[in-house]
Design a protein around this ligand. Sequence first.
Ligand SMILES: Nc1nc2c(ncn2[C@@H]2O[C@H](COP(=O)(O)OP(=O)(O)OP(=O)(O)O)[C@@H](O)[C@H]2O)c(=O)[nH]1
Ligand SMILES: [Mg+2]
Length: 240
Amino acid sequence: MAKRFDTLLVIPTYNEAANIPQLLRQIGTQALPLDLLIIDDNSPDGTAQLAETFSNEFPLKVIRRSGKLGVGSAHKEGFRYAIQNNYAAVMTMDADFAHSPEYLREMLSKGSTSDVVVGSRYLKGGGLPGWSLPRRLLTYAAHRLTVHLLGIPYDCTGGFRHYRTSLLRQIHFDGVQSEGNAFLIELIFQISRRGFSISQIPIVINSRRLGESKISRTEILRALKTVCRLCLGRMAGNRS
Ligand SMILES: Nc1nc2c(ncn2[C@@H]2O[C@H](COP(=O)(O)OP(=O)(O)OP(=O)(O)O)[C@@H](O)[C@H]2O)c(=O)[nH]1
Ligand SMILES: [Mg+2]
């Protein structure tokens, strides 16, 4: 893809054939100054091929990886691509309509005044309507836990974000050990500890429209373990 704009929108995908055409159309109708990068992990449902059919319509590249390497790893791949290709900023969003393309414009504009912008369900005007009660409780508990144990008031598990590439060049994101949602928690924790400016916009997150949920018990445990590890590191750091 020839670079056309200064911001790269990275969308990790795994089995999102039911969502990707409509998502790309909705992003396209907004005519935003964004280049798009889909990072697909060899989805058996043909997501990558479907996405590629849009590459004549927008500045869009699809990176096809050999297998399911995880959301964290897909983010790292997107960050590396943005740095190598001199993008000024990177945005990330999910492909399942959890993150509405309607918020892209606001996030893009807020991105001009802070190092990171996080889409938050927990601000006034945000929320999670339509989510099942257990999923809502789980998400809220995870949020309270990260606020208390890590001391960061952001929506840490959400992947709807805007990063300045200058920040990504300074933090060692390749060294972030965690995968999945835990990756997003660890990354924002590290960014916050380094004193970068972080702002939030309220977003309403819908439950995934189509396709299967990939959240698992392992994923939840991994996030919990990461929060504990970071919290212990934080306590040790404060003592020394
Ligand atoms: N490249 C890549 N993308 C992934 C992988 N796992 C999930 N994704 C994508 O990452 C985004 C977030 O994953 P989701 O499956 O929506 O995870 P979630 O929002 O925690 O859970 P559900 O919405 O309930 O499935 C979506 O766009 C997925 O298609 C993966 O291993 N590799
Ligand atoms: Mg989702």
